[in-house]
Design a protein around this ligand. Structure first.
Ligand code: UTP
Length: 294
């Protein structure tokens, strides 16, 4: 079955990027000239997704405004001859069918996904975490959707993390299937000791879930931080019917932490058609100057 619906949970509090995220949602932090969530919506659309539900909450109205038309601004751009900027804004508002729903209390990623039940109905659906931008030739969620079509099971995007970092991530029990695909039958969230580590593969930023995940989420008790954790529900799914792990290609940037925002900005700026060359020259001069301000 083809996956055409996606959920982007964007209702978190973003405490790790405060104070930037106090009045501006972290999903709206820019990478050069586009907010993080636009890269994510574009990845979904390039992967064949036609309907996107963005989960927001109080204070995240900027996200709705970003995907809306802006007639006054568009008119001003046209009358001042900035046609290409005008066209890019209109194109953005037509990206896909984009819907919004509020998570009324911040009760965790699992709870946010569960809010999408009536939008999704009985279909498999993609989840793109609102603060994880993945940039690559082959859109990451498209790679997961293909794996769903091949196996008809839940699929998680996985990456190996450094040994010293695995204690703050999930750790998956995996067997290699073929190419970059793995069968995953168990997982543990934030392993406490070396003996608990199942592998260095962790779930990062993307998944495709079967509709029975909603019944599992209904039964999932609050876990780490008192929140309903999506990984706890995925663990139940992995143990009962197995899930597929896709070691996706593409570079992931964690917009939920300050270093991730900086890495994304520098790497995307270096490749940017308008500012790339100038930015590279600036960095070269900065290095020559021993990283002292020029
Ligand atoms: P995170 O755990 O990174 O988000 O969730 P957070 O709670 O905002 O982070 P910190 O720890 O306070 O900095 C991953 C994604 O899930 C969304 C977030 O917006 C983010 O895009 N999320 C998280 C929700 O939509 N609802 C929640 O209750 C929690």
């Amino acid at each position: 079955m083809r996956v055409t619906k996606a959920v982007i949970p964007a209702a978190g509090l973003g405490t790790r990027v405060l104070p930037a995220s106090k009045a501006v949602p972290k999903e709206m932090l820019p990478i050069v000239d586009k907010p993080a969530i636009q890269y994510i919506a574009e990845e979904a659309v390039k992967s064949g997704i036609t309907d996107i539900l963005i989960i927001t909450n109080r204070g995240k109205e900027d996200i709705e405004n970003h995907f809306d038309r802006s007639p006054e601004l568009e008119q001003r751009l046209l009358s001042s001859g900035k046609d290409s900027v005008h066209d890019s804004l209109v194109e953005l508002s037509r990206l896909a069918n984009i819907y919004f729903l509020r998570q009324k209390e911040t009760r965790g990623l699992g709870h946010a996904v569960n809010c999408a039940r009536s939008f999704i109905g009985g279909e498999p659906f993609a989840v793109l975490y609102g603060d994880d931008v993945i940039i690559g030739e082959d859109p990451a969620i498209g790679q997961l959707c293909r794996a769903y079509e091949e196996y008809g099971k839940g699929v998680v995007g996985i990456k190996e993390v450094p040994k010293e970092a695995i204690y703050s991530y999930s750790s998956l029990k995996v067997e290699h299937l073929h190419d970059n695909l793995y069968n995953c039958t168990d997982m543990i969230e934030k392993p406490a000791t070396d003996a608990d580590v199942l592998s260095l593969f962790s779930i990062l930023g993307r998944c495709v879930l079967p509709p029975n995940i909603f019944d599992i989420l209904d039964e999932t008790k609050p876990g780490a931080g008192g929140e309903i954790q999506l990984t706890d529900a995925m663990c139940t799914l992995a143990r009962s019917e197995g899930i597929i792990g896709v070691d996706y290609t593409g570079k992931r940037y964690d917009m939920g932490n300050k270093l991730g925002v900086l890495e994304a900005t520098v790497e995307v700026a270096l490749k940017h058609p308008e500012v790339g060359v100038g930015f590279r020259k600036y960095l070269e001069r900065l290095v020559e100057n021993g990283f002292n301000p020029l």
